[in-house]
Design a protein. Structure first.
Length: 209
């Protein structure tokens, strides 16, 4: 996961409420075995409508989506976050999010920014012709019209986003401590290492048969 300190640029001024994960990425796209290309299926049913915002050239490639209340509700499919990331979205601004979607977004380098409805309404207007910037250093959302809205994030998740650490990265960052613990464990409880050796022999024997 790449580190994120700011996300800035055009934003989709959508504002739709109660957008569930089936709208974000329909179920028939879940058969894929790779994340690549899921952006083509993102908001497929919305894009089937003429004049939809996602195919409006004014917002092409926008890294920010401004949505309505309860964004990401419905099923827990992580594909929703994957699809947004694949279409280039790095942050979603809304009055509230589904807990599971919010967690999946963080794990995939997408910032879920919660702001009051009044601030979201203002951003929906400003984003029609002005850039929007989300800054994790100052914890603010600003616009080209000098709007400034503070927001909050869990400190741990904020740190992970800014350092580009997903769950694997967090584990690898503790490699020295893990190696030290395992080394001490071998000295304190040598019988555990012996059992590991027996297990390896058993596994190798099973492979040969």
């Amino acid at each position: 996961m790449n580190p994120i300190t700011t996300v800035s640029g055009t934003a989709y001024p959508w504002g739709a409420k109660n957008i569930d994960t089936d709208i974000i990425i329909p179920a028939h796209w879940l058969k894929t075995i790779t994340r690549a290309g899921l952006g083509r299926g993102a908001f497929e049913t919305v894009r089937a409508q003429a004049g939809n915002i996602f195919d409006d050239p004014r917002y092409a490639g926008a890294p920010i989506l401004i949505a309505g209340d309860n964004f990401g509700c419905g099923s827990s499919r992580e594909h929703a976050a994957w699809a947004l990331a694949d279409m280039g979205i790095r942050a979603v601004i809304a009055p509230s999010f589904s807990d599971i979607f919010s967690s999946n977004a963080f794990k995939n380098g997408i910032i879920p920014v919660v702001l009051p409805q009044a601030a979201v309404d203002r951003l929906l207007e400003a984003a029609k012709d002005a850039p929007v910037t989300i800054d994790l250093e100052t914890m603010t959302v600003t616009t080209g019209y000098q709007d400034r809205f503070p927001f909050t994030l869990d400190p741990f998740r904020r740190q992970c986003l800014m350092e580009g650490l997903d769950e694997i990265g967090l584990t690898l960052a503790q490699d020295t401590a893990i190696s030290k613990f395992e080394g001490g464990l071998r000295e304190q409880r040598p019988w555990i290492e012996e059992r590991r050796g027996y297990a390896d022999v058993a596994v190798e024997g099973a492979r040969r048969t």
